[in-house]
Ligand binder design. Sequence first.
Ligand SMILES: Cc1cc2nc3c(=O)[nH]c(=O)nc-3n(C[C@H](O)[C@H](O)[C@H](O)COP(=O)(O)OP(=O)(O)OC[C@H]3O[C@@H](n4cnc5c(N)ncnc54)[C@H](O)[C@@H]3O)c2cc1C
Ligand SMILES: NC(=O)c1ccc[n+]([C@@H]2O[C@H](COP(=O)([O-])OP(=O)(O)OC[C@H]3O[C@@H](n4cnc5c(N)ncnc54)[C@H](OP(=O)(O)O)[C@@H]3O)[C@@H](O)[C@H]2O)c1
Length: 619
Amino acid sequence: MPTRFLKANTTMLKDERITVKVDFYDKGSLLALSYKEGLLNLSHTEHTMAKRVAVIGAGVSGLSSIKCCLDEDLEPTCFERSNDIGGLWKFTETSKDGITRVYKSLVTNVCKEMSCYSDFPFQEDYPNFMKQEKFWDYLQEFAEHFDLLKYIQFRTTVCSVTKRPDFSETGQWDVVTETEGKLDRAIFDAVMVCTGHFLNPHLPLESFPGIHKFKGQILHSQEYKIPAGFQDKRVLVIGLGNTGGDIAVELSRTAAQVLLSTRTGTWVISRSSDGGYPFNMMGTRRRHNFTAQVLPSCVLKWSQERGLNKRFDHTNYGLNITKGKKPKIIVNDELPTCILCGTVTMKTSVKEFTETSALFEDGTVEENIDVVIFTTGYTFSFPFLEEPLKSLCTKKIFLYKLVFPSNLERTTLAMIGFISLTGSILAGTELQARWATRVFKGLCKIPPSQKLMAEATKKEQLIERGLMKDTSGDKLDYISYMDDLAACIGTKPNVPLLFLKDPRLAWEVFFGPCTPYQYRLMGPGKWDGARNAILTQWDRTLKPLKTRIVPDSSKPASMSHYLKAWGAPILLASLLLICKSSLFFEIGARKTMGQNFSLLNKYLARINLLGYEGCTKSY
Ligand SMILES: Cc1cc2nc3c(=O)[nH]c(=O)nc-3n(C[C@H](O)[C@H](O)[C@H](O)COP(=O)(O)OP(=O)(O)OC[C@H]3O[C@@H](n4cnc5c(N)ncnc54)[C@H](O)[C@@H]3O)c2cc1C
Ligand SMILES: NC(=O)c1ccc[n+]([C@@H]2O[C@H](COP(=O)([O-])OP(=O)(O)OC[C@H]3O[C@@H](n4cnc5c(N)ncnc54)[C@H](OP(=O)(O)O)[C@@H]3O)[C@@H](O)[C@H]2O)c1
């Protein structure tokens, strides 16, 4: 038997005449060889083999990868180096293990309806934006609901992932793991790398002359957990991403002064938009993408900047984007107020450090700095891969749709979660995992590696020669990227068709927020609850806000409400008619204006009270 035939199940079926049936697997396909009555028969069934998939990491991406494997009848084994699920959402008091995790006060910046697994909405009473521990609870609920925990091997680090000698035929990988000092080795048909986009702290000390002379405390935001220890200190925060903004605001409450240094500046948006609705629900809509395609880019830019400067003028607050730099956006509700109150001072980039001070690009000097916190972001790497795959995977232009490395002749390695999006990373990684598992099964195809390599290499050369802009690190438009992947899977909502079949739903899909449920309406992985989830998404958004129910005459709720609303004026009119004669008699008798008003008020108050009590009972 040729060596490429890897597994063999032999069944001897004996009857009066001898029959032999041998099933064996070749490259993921089931081949059955049978011998009966002197005839040899070979049959071939595509994609019947349950493939073994290694999932590395049990964070947001790893959990969705395990579930997607199960949905496609694949056999996942997940290796997680820590002792729990959730990846960076699992808060720990210290960062001694070097794993990137959230700080204590972190609140999500994508609201719950926009950042949930597409067939598992948050419970309706969860807040729209939630503290990290609440988000972790959701991940735990997801893992328990779909029974994912039993597929995870905790405290197990993946040390190496290497191609098998027959990789070009089988696409298989040798995976070496380490659990509490013990090495193990196993063969997998496919690997999903879910080790996180924020694996290593980016600490660009070489860009800061004199930093080694600085005598104060230096740390990276990966080490930051709580504000204790920074009281009454003069703190310099370097780098204005979401982390820089959050840490500057938090420390401004206790530190003597917070200085926030930025090379670029940033647009700052708030979690609540006009009307108090979560900004993602208002801003991430198909109709906006449609308008953006139609409008000239200069008009679009002008209108966006006008909107962003509406709450406060970024130039006045020292936050405006430096000329020639790529604009960016952070979510922060308090930073403008801190700047307004002087507890955070905006600074340009640092030119040089001395033992105790920092000289800035604009020539200003800040003395007596106690602490420098680098909130300069993270890098990612794949220490367990071998070269040249290891280096190639860190260049995003060599990842087809940011998932499949271009140089592999077999598409059995998928990188999940190495994306920056203008929306939820969770939703993006889930769709990546849905696509990848279908590619593993051969149900979705990707172009051959020669073609992908040629295109990516050409792009790289053009960038090196300065003939093309390198946009690989830019945030991708959420809806465009999601639709692109969904089209590959066959699950992209067909909005025109939906308008014909189900106009109410189509209206919400096109004009309403582009929630992840939209990618479960049709095609493979269709979820029967998707329609209802879309039509009730605003209920779940408003539910956690309505914790104090008060009568609201401006929002009629039911027929009885209408009756009560109209009942009060009718009652008022009737009472006025009944009382008319005696009222005017009394008014005439007393003859004073003040008394007239007080009596009238007395009657009106009684009537109002009746109406008010009637309304209260309806709630
Ligand atoms: C501070 C911060 C706040 C964020 N806030 C938001 C937000 O509000 N909304 C949003 O959508 N996104 C947010 N993000 C983006 C965030 O990256 C995603 O939400 C999501 O957590 C990414 O999950 P992941 O599974 O890809 O990576 P991670 O959460 O980093 O998980 C990777 C897992 O892989 C494990 N691992 C790594 N290497 C190995 C190995 N060799 N062997 C075994 N296991 C390994 C790690 O232990 C970890 O558990 C935030 C990111 C950061 C840094
Ligand atoms: N609430 C939340 O949900 C929340 C909170 C925190 C983080 N996050 C997410 O976590 C991820 C990481 O965020 P992050 O803020 O840590 O990193 P980041 O988004 O990469 O921002 C790092 C910032 O550091 C500065 N910087 C980078 N390289 C530098 C260099 N060589 N010298 C000087 N400055 C440099 C840049 O700011 P300047 O150009 O301004 O200098 C850059 O914007 C993001 O996806 C973010 O959205 C979310």
